[in-house]
Design a binder for this molecule. Sequence first.
Ligand code: AMP
Ligand code: MG
Length: 413
Amino acid sequence: MTKPPMLTAQQALDHLLSHAKTVDESETVTTQAALGRVLAESINSLVDVPPLDNTAMDGYAVRTADTKAPGNMLKVAQRIPAGSIGTNLEPGTAARIFTGAPIPPGADAVVMQEDCTVQENKIDQVQINITPNSGQWIRRKGEDLAAGKTALIAGAYLRPQELGVAASAGLTHLNVKRRIKVAAFFTGDELALPGEPLKPGGIYNSNRDTLLACLKSLGCDATDLGIVPDRLDATRQALRQASKDHDLIITSGGVSVGEEDHIKPAVTAEGRLDLWQIAIKPGKPLAFGAVRKSDESKDGEAWFIGLPGNPVSSFVTFLLFVRPFILKLQGRDAITPQSYAMRADFDWLKADRRNEFLRVKINSQGGLDLFPNQSSGVLTSASWGDGLVDCPPGQAIKAGDLVRYLPFSALLS
Ligand code: AMP
Ligand code: MG
């Protein structure tokens, strides 16, 4: 048997991304319902934010020409709470003003109330105890968003703060990309569902909960097609069902080339498949291809990505390969996850030929600790950890080295 070619993680990723095409369809949802969605078209602000020059502090609006020396007394000629508009500020006067209220014409600075003195029996007089600079404590009209200018760009991933930006720009609804529809099934005769008795040699299907939750974290519509036995006909049948109404099929297990591994022949029979050996650890085998849509009313294909069965391998390969593929389908503007140069507070001296992704956790000294058991079957390593260290092939790590750290939080959104 010829060995499939060994790809680097980058080659595998480039290959995947070269196939993924952003979906065309979008839908309009309320701004509040758009959390976690991807903006389909850029939006412009309907208004200036803030709408007028206004004060950042409770205090007194003044003319700096009147306050050249500390201790000047000014007549308090007007009172401007937030939501109302003042009148022209005459020379020698000040306006009592409250955070968010517009600066009256003529004023060019705000003095915060802590820098002023008001005698109880003379509340129409204020003593200014400082010499304010022109512009002090004034928030300028449009400094956050200018009317008609871009507020959010197409492809933006909508976090709480983007929803707030859209609302401040005056938008009630947003046009977002439709959700990506993903079907998942899990191969293995040894698998049982939690709640069921385990037969001898059985193991609970943990990939189902991990991978479906990964899909949901990325805003996909996920369909669980359950456990599929290690038989060619059952695998083909599951693929035909999964191809209906889905953009992407993901599976776990059965991607090696053993007698009990049916993914390769099944996908080949129902579509096309490349079986890759990626020079990474965990998660060497990965299958990429497409399954013909058997539903006559629809033509085309559903993409297929087959992940390895070991729980850490399937989780890590999902984060490294399936996530960017899905983000590209979604039309996200940023696909590369945030990574950080961090100090390793551990030794990893047995350099591997493969690119390793180690489960680590940030410690209180700002360094990274390593989970002691890095086996691809030990899922508690990922639960203990808060991210991965990307350890290049053939490279050992010594305590104190700077390493590339990828937080799980950045890989799950
Ligand atoms: P495979 O890739 O099918 O050869 O499976 C590799 C290892 O992962 C075996 O020890 C399987 O029992 C285990 N495994 C496969 N699928 C799952 C799953 N869904 N949940 C937990 N472990 C699994
Ligand atoms: Mg298996």
